[in-house]
Design a protein around this ligand. Structure first.
Ligand SMILES: Nc1ncnc2c1ncn2[C@@H]1O[C@H](COP(=O)(O)OP(=O)(O)OP(=O)(O)O)[C@@H](O)[C@H]1O
Ligand SMILES: [Mg+2]
Length: 295
């Protein structure tokens, strides 16, 4: 069966800085990939490549076997950490907008039965994310959690095949985050989505998805910190991963955070430390591998 997303030898460079290197990944329809990694290692860049907002320096990305179009399309929806909704439009109009632009690309306005249909669809989607009571509210009258629900509705009303989430719950209180986890899990199942979600919270990554991808540099040169990019260093079926693996990844990610300003001490320590290996027993399964994309 064709993978929903197939990534072949993907590299992304900005000038002399290598951000991502040698990423090979095959993601099936229905996978829910959570992504963790040190700040600045290229996670958002990876999502922007999937969205089509950036193009690879080398390699290719296939969506259902076809090369990704060079610009964002309705088959991919994205939700950022915050501020991705339009402040001057009501919740309902925010969600209708994508449908209107698709139906009337030039004017962005639909009339008659088409407009009523778009309105009903948008209202149903807002209902599905728990905002059925707030159709006419403007974003600044919505809480942070409600704004993220609105952003989800805005993406999902276009029926994307791929949903990209860039730390969508990072700014929310813990209680509200738990509600949002439930919501995203339900929307993922009900809408037949393939999800890529970046999170800084490794536990969130472990419990929410079906697959955890860790982005990290496989090579460091203290004299040339921009010479090497991040690859996928762990690729784990998380529903079955264990506590020890979680702790090991947590240690790896914080080591990379510490390395970011290129401390020579940290570099030395990492050289004398044996390479981490995820538990390869019954728990971790065949999909779990450290250095998954090593050449
Ligand atoms: N358009 C761009 N031009 C030049 N450099 C860029 C561009 N976009 C990203 N970068 C660089 O690429 C690197 C990775 O950035 P990215 O935003 O992908 O990191 P991240 O893993 O999402 O970090 P964070 O966890 O802090 O959000 C950074 O060093 C950043 O400065
Ligand atoms: Mg980011």
């Amino acid at each position: 069966m064709t993978a929903r997303i197939e990534i072949r030898n993907l590299w992304k460079e900005y000038g002399e800085q290598v951000v991502l290197e040698h990423i090979n990944l095959s993601v099936a329809a229905g996978d829910f990939c959570t992504i963790v990694g040190a700040s600045g290692c290229g996670k958002t860049t990876f999502l922007r490549l999937l969205l089509g907002e950036e193009s690879p320096s080398r390699g290719e990305i296939l969506l259902d076997g076809e090369p990704l179009t060079a610009e964002p399309g309705p088959d991919r929806g994205i939700v950022f950490q915050r501020y991705s909704v339009f402040p001057h439009l009501s919740a309902l109009r925010n969600v209708m907008l994508g449908l209107e632009l698709r139906g009337a690309p030039l004017s962005g306005r639909l009339f008659g039965a088409k407009r009523r249909r778009a309105r009903d669809e948008a209202a149903a989607m807002l209902e599905a994310v728990g905002l059925g009571h707030a159709l006419e509210k403007y974003p600044d009258a919505l809480s942070g959690g409600m704004q993220q629900r609105l952003a989800l509705a805005q993406s999902l009303v276009m029926h994307p095949r791929i949903l990209l989430l860039d730390e969508p719950f990072g700014a929310l209180d813990p209680g509200i985050r738990a509600d949002m986890h439930q919501l995203v899990g339900r929307l993922w199942r009900e809408n037949d989505l393939t999800v890529f979600m970046i999170t800084h919270d490794l536990k969130e990554g472990f419990h929410l998805g079906t697959r955890l991808l860790v982005f990290d540099k496989l090579r460091h040169d203290p004299d040339a910190p921009r010479a090497y990019g991040a690859g996928v260093t762990y690729d784990l079926p998380v529903a079955r991963a264990d506590q020890r693996t979680l702790e090991r990844i947590e240690a790896d990610v914080s080591r990379s955070e510490a390395l970011a300003p290129q401390s020579a001490e940290a570099e030395q320590a990492s050289e004398t430390r044996p390479a981490a290996q995820p538990t390869a027993g019954a728990d971790a399964g065949a999909g779990a591998r450290k250095g998954a994309t090593t050449p």
